[in-house]
Design a protein around this ligand. Structure first.
Ligand code: ATP
Ligand code: MG
Length: 454
């Protein structure tokens, strides 16, 4: 389904020019040469995207946008603006306008922007009706949660799943990004096809390139056989690019090209290989920072993030803590053959008040350990609370002589991590290690037995 577009510009030649350009791309386009006419047409409905000149006599672009918002008209608005009024366009974006185009118009940018706006509109529309239907869900695929935030995510997944639009999942470590990626695949028409996940941070440059694109026999010393990469393996299915902000710049360029053309060459290969894939990517980085610092190419980000999906940390959706904890408890009690009935009232209180810097993963590990440790029928706060994980103002760690280095490292790492309230970046910089190392140590330490009190 192609959304209808309205172009409102008082300069007739601009309106007509845009109409022609967009009609060439297969869109149905109407024009209006003043705001009043545009507003009448918009009210009749049916537009997915409105391109509006910011400055028009009578009802100007901003006024048009304000009226649309007031009437809850769902079309995406893109402003056309002269240099002098860019600031008001940016301001309007804060209030929900989709984007703006500066005069003189950059056609390439226009052509890139329109399909994204149309897609955003369609996803939002689908979301609206879904949100109502999903309003009572407490799980979705393997995802558990009944907070408004999670329900919005279920709705987005369901709305986006049928298309091939790329989805970019942004969320702290342990929030469930991989589970969401899998759910997108499972709900899509590609569910019977492969789901191929690759962790982009896990490989050095050359190997990553090889993993992604594969190689021909003899492409390099040691390439005894040809090998398909993830792009080929994911054909007909979904490619999940995990930790995608961690890629070297030149691989980002190659990836961008492969995504734009839906084709690529194996290392040492001459043949262009076409693939039909849906790309889902994820990062736990603050995305604006990664782009500003040049770590992640902006054009690649836009290509990957036709639909950005923010997975909030557990502390911002506390309504999910209990249902998650109870479901993990049921699972681990059964697995371990323990006759546990549930959490004590105090334990529930602790679960709610704790900050969960490690998000759902930490909650899951905590419940698993509590299930193993507890001797009663109910899980108590003592079963849940591990000395080192309690948020602390205490800036000191005391380590007795006779403590092993491993143990000392564990204690210091966990204390530092909880001191900075679970901020991986801060903890890593205080400890003088990189974030990856910190993450792998944390998961190792959190999986092993708690240290004796220090
Ligand atoms: N909503 C949820 N319902 C049930 N289980 C969940 C949910 N979210 C996360 N989990 C579980 O928590 C653990 C961490 O989830 P996942 O690996 O998807 O997180 P992540 O965001 O990819 O983390 P990282 O950034 O560290 O890779 C997994 O065991 C997953 O099954
Ligand atoms: Mg992950």
């Amino acid at each position: 389904m192609q959304a209808k577009i309205l172009v409102a510009d008082d300069e007739r030649h601009i309106a007509d020019g845009l109409q022609m350009l967009l009609a060439d791309d297969g869109y149905e386009v109407d024009t209006a040469t003043d705001g009043t006419a545009a507003w009448e047409m918009i009210q009749e409905g049916g537009y997915g995207v409105v391109l509006a000149d910011l400055r028009m006599p009578g009802v100007d672009g901003l006024e048009l946008f304000a009226r649309m918002r007031e009437a809850a008209i769902p079309a995406e608005v893109i402003f056309i603006t002269g240099e002098a009024s860019v600031a008001s366009a940016v301001e309007a974006m804060r209030e929900g306008a989709y984007d703006y185009l500066e005069k003189p118009l950059n056609i390439a940018r226009l052509k890139a922007l329109i399909p994204k706006a149309v897609e955003a509109h369609q996803v939002k529309q689908a979301n609206r009706s879904l949100e109502e239907r999903l309003a009572n869900l407490s799980r979705f695929g393997d995802l558990i949660g009944q907070s408004d935030e999670m329900r919005r995510i279920y709705a987005t997944i369901e709305a986006a799943a049928p298309s091939t639009a790329s989805i970019f999942i942004i969320g702290e470590s342990g929030t469930g990004k991989e589970l969401v990626a899998q759910a997108i695949h499972d709900k899509s028409p590609r569910a019977k096809g492969p789901f191929i996940a690759i962790n982009c941070a896990a490989f050095p440059r050359e190997i990553l390139e090889n993993e992604l694109f594969g190689h021909e026999k003899g492409a390099f010393t040691g390439a005894l056989n040809e090998k398909p990469g993830c792009f080929e393996l994911a054909h007909g299915g979904t490619l999940f690019l995990d930790e995608v902000a961690e890629m070297e710049p030149d691989i980002q360029v190659k990836l961008l090209r492969a995504l734009e053309q839906r084709s690529f060459r194996r290392l040492g290969g001459k043949k262009e290989i076409q693939v039909d894939i849906r790309v889902v990517s994820a990062t736990n980085k603050k995305i604006n920072k990664a782009i500003d610092s040049g770590e992640l190419r902006e054009d690649l980000y836009h290509r990957l993030a036709v639909i950005p999906l923010h997975l909030p940390p557990l502390r911002e959706r506390r309504g999910d803590v209990r249902i998650l904890a109870e479901s993990f408890l049921r699972r681990y009690a059964e697995e371990n053959g323990k006759p546990i009935r549930g959490f004590s009232a105090e334990a529930i209180e602790f679960l709610h008040s704790y900050r969960w810097p490690g998000n759902v993963r930490e909650l899951k590990n905590t419940v698993e350990r509590a299930t193993i440790l507890t001797s009663g029928e109910q899980v108590t706060p003592d079963d849940l609370r591990f000395q080192e994980l309690i948020r602390t103002e205490d800036r000191e760690v005391r380590i007795r002589v006779g403590t092993s280095l491993e143990q000392a490292e564990r204690t210091l790492t966990l204390k530092t991590f909880s001191f900075v309230e679970g901020d991986h970046q801060k903890a890593a910089s205080l400890l003088g290690i990189d974030e990856e190392t910190l993450r792998s140590r944390l998961s190792r330490f959190l999986a092993s037995d708690p240290a004796p009190a220090t």
